[in-house]
Ligand binder design. Structure first.
Ligand SMILES: *[C@@H]1O[C@H](CO)[C@@H](O)[C@H](O)[C@H]1NC(C)=O
Ligand SMILES: *[C@@H]1O[C@H](CO)[C@@H](O)[C@H](O)[C@H]1NC(C)=O
Ligand SMILES: *[C@@H]1O[C@H](CO)[C@@H](O)[C@H](O)[C@H]1NC(C)=O
Ligand SMILES: *[C@@H]1O[C@H](CO)[C@@H](O)[C@H](O)[C@H]1NC(C)=O
Ligand SMILES: *[C@@H]1O[C@H](CO)[C@@H](O)[C@H](O)[C@H]1NC(C)=O
Ligand SMILES: *[C@@H]1O[C@H](CO)[C@@H](O)[C@H](O)[C@H]1NC(C)=O
Ligand SMILES: *[C@@H]1O[C@H](CO)[C@@H](O)[C@H](O)[C@H]1NC(C)=O
Ligand SMILES: *[C@@H]1O[C@H](CO)[C@@H](O)[C@H](O)[C@H]1NC(C)=O
Ligand SMILES: *[C@@H]1O[C@H](CO)[C@@H](O)[C@H](O)[C@H]1NC(C)=O
Length: 436
């Protein structure tokens, strides 16, 4: 996991110093076609890149978020999920798509309160929301919602300041980014105080008078000033060529070649408020300007008992993912879902003739180790006797999750899988054997 400090934020109000924030840095939890906000209980329209709590799935609730066994957040009590559409590279010669890997993700918590104060509330239990709009194809400079989506072209070796071709902008660049491209979205910080979600997943929230950065006052319709959430998804675009002007290079998973349709989704998974406070509220109250934290979470006392980078790095998803090829490391001929290239400014989504959804979900046993067990690594056995002597079973397509489940069913605390076709076993033996 990498920590990178903020390079460019939208302009802050003068009285609220730019260092009044804290960052949770994540690596990706999973990349799959699920979205519990837009498509609860089913396959979502496009592939997402998801970070946060391990219990993410298509039907998740606040309670199931809290039940996550781990999180990609370095603060272990934050079981929230944060996700955005995945970015793809378009190959013009064979009209192919290839997933551009996310390098890392930063989720910022910005205490931009009313009247230039830091006085903001933690997210209410069960809050979920969306910022941005996958159908947007133009930019309205007067709209806070449009201003909230932006892109930064990273070049750590050359200073491009003052060059408009390299300035932060609201759609994709027309050149490559030597150190990666940062896709950003600011969430609205004013809550109506009643609804934890809304039919369009946005109207229970509003931007403050100061704009997407969250400063200023909240409208009377949305009077509760929450912390401002800001996402940075940093993509390794530099590992793919930039196509000539005849073709798009970057495509969002919904087919958008402009970038205007970039958006972010959030499901709160901070532990429940107790008497009006929780860990997040304590952090917001204690770790603002007087104790500027940034990425140095150790400087924020409420977080200190919960900091665990090792657990965050090791965190794996617990649940089903969609059984389809997402184009990681190789080309695919179509974006997953009904998503042909969507070029230009039409807000009508093109569709694929005779498209059929693939069959439901599957359990990715590679990544699912039952709660209570941890991966500890490999052991070398001695020459006499076996390390694990309790039970065994053989299976041609064994996985870590199935291995642990087998041993767990007999109450064993240790589980191991070995390759079966070694000299000690007949060549006809199934390839994998589980020992408890
Ligand atoms: C901000 O300050 C003004 C002027 O003092 C006051 O009228 C207003 O209520 C304050 N807003 C909030 C949200 O505290
Ligand atoms: C912060 O907001 C709360 C709730 O609106 C209010 O009771 C309190 O007086 C505010 N504190 C400051 C310092 O503005
Ligand atoms: C642009 O946004 C402003 C502010 O939301 C709105 O009043 C205006 O109608 C929008 N313009 C267009 C063309 O949509
Ligand atoms: C643009 O790229 C395509 C695909 O690689 C190629 O066929 C075409 O000749 C290029 N056009 C120009 C003007 O370079
Ligand atoms: C919540 O507040 C009540 C009433 O003041 C108090 O009795 C209780 O102990 C508090 N609970 C916690 C967990 O602080
Ligand atoms: C869409 O693009 C066309 C062609 O460039 C342009 O004429 C039209 O004004 C655009 N529409 C909007 C809503 O920006
Ligand atoms: C879609 O299905 C119809 C009816 O089966 C068929 O006539 C048509 O050729 C199909 N279109 C494509 C693009 O496969
Ligand atoms: C889904 O599974 C059914 C039954 O196995 C099969 O008939 C169908 O073709 C599958 N559909 C797709 C899109 O793979
Ligand atoms: C491999 O795993 C699948 C799914 O659990 C199972 O249906 C199949 O029987 C397994 N194959 C073998 C050879 O055990």
């Amino acid at each position: 996991m990498q920590l990178k400090t903020l390079l460019t934020l939208l302009p802050a109000l003068a009285a609220v110093p730019i260092n009044a924030y804290f960052i949770l840095s994540h690596s990706v939890l999973e990349t799959t076609r699920m979205d519990p906000i837009i498509s609860p209980g089913g396959v979502s329209q496009h592939v997402h890149s998801i970070v946060g709590g391990s219990n993410f799935d298509d039907t998740m609730t606040y309670q199931s978020a809290l039940a996550s066994g781990c999180t990609t957040a370095p603060v272990s009590v934050d079981k929230s999920n944060y996700w955005t559409p995945q970015l793809y590279y378009y190959g013009p010669d064979d009209q192919s798509f290839q997933l551009i890997p996310v390098n890392y993700v930063n989720t910022y918590y910005l205490p931009r309160g009313p009247n230039n104060s830091y006085n903001v509330s933690a997210f209410p239990d069960g809050l979920r929301m969306i910022a941005g709009n996958p159908y947007r194809r133009t930019y309205n400079a007067s709209s806070f919602a449009d201003q909230a989506v932006s892109f930064v072209c990273l070049d750590y070796n050359t200073d491009h300041s003052g060059d408009p071709d390299w300035a932060q902008r609201n759609n994709f660049f027309d050149h490559n980014c030597p150190s990666g491209m940062r896709m950003q979205v600011n969430f609205p910080s004013c809550w109506d105080g009643v609804n934890l979600d809304s039919a369009d997943h946005t109207s229970h929230m509003a931007y403050a008078s100061g704009g997407p950065n969250g400063g200023g006052d909240c409208p009377s319709t949305h009077p509760v000033h929450l912390v401002t959430l800001f996402y940075e998804f940093i993509y390794n675009v530099q590992n793919f060529p930039f196509n000539n002007a005849s073709y798009p290079t970057w495509v969002l998973a919904n087919g958008d070649t402009t970038g205007y349709g970039f958006h972010g989704d959030f499901v709160n998974g901070w532990p429940a408020h107790v008497n009006g406070t929780n860990v997040l509220q304590q952090a917001l109250d204690q770790c603002n300007d007087n104790n500027g934290v940034g990425g140095e979470l150790n400087n924020c006392p409420p977080f200190v008992p919960y900091l665990n980078n090792a657990a965050a790095s090791a965190c794996k998803p617990q649940n089903d993912q969609i059984d389809e090829d997402i184009g990681l490391g190789h080309k695919i001929s179509k974006l997953p879902g009904d998503n042909p290239l969507w070029i230009g400014n039409s807000t009508t989504k093109p569709t694929t003739a005779n498209y059929t959804e693939p069959n439901t979900t599957y359990t990715n046993f590679e990544s699912v180790i039952p709660t209570g067990y941890n991966y500890v690594g490999c052991i070398a056995e001695g020459t006499s006797g076996r390390a694990l002597t309790g039970k065994s079973i053989s299976n041609a397509n064994m996985t870590r999750g199935a291995c642990v489940s087998f041993c767990q069913s007999f109450g064993f605390p240790l589980a191991g899988v070995e390759y079966g076709q070694v000299s000690a076993h007949p060549a006809s033996a199934p390839p994998y054997r589980v020992l408890c």
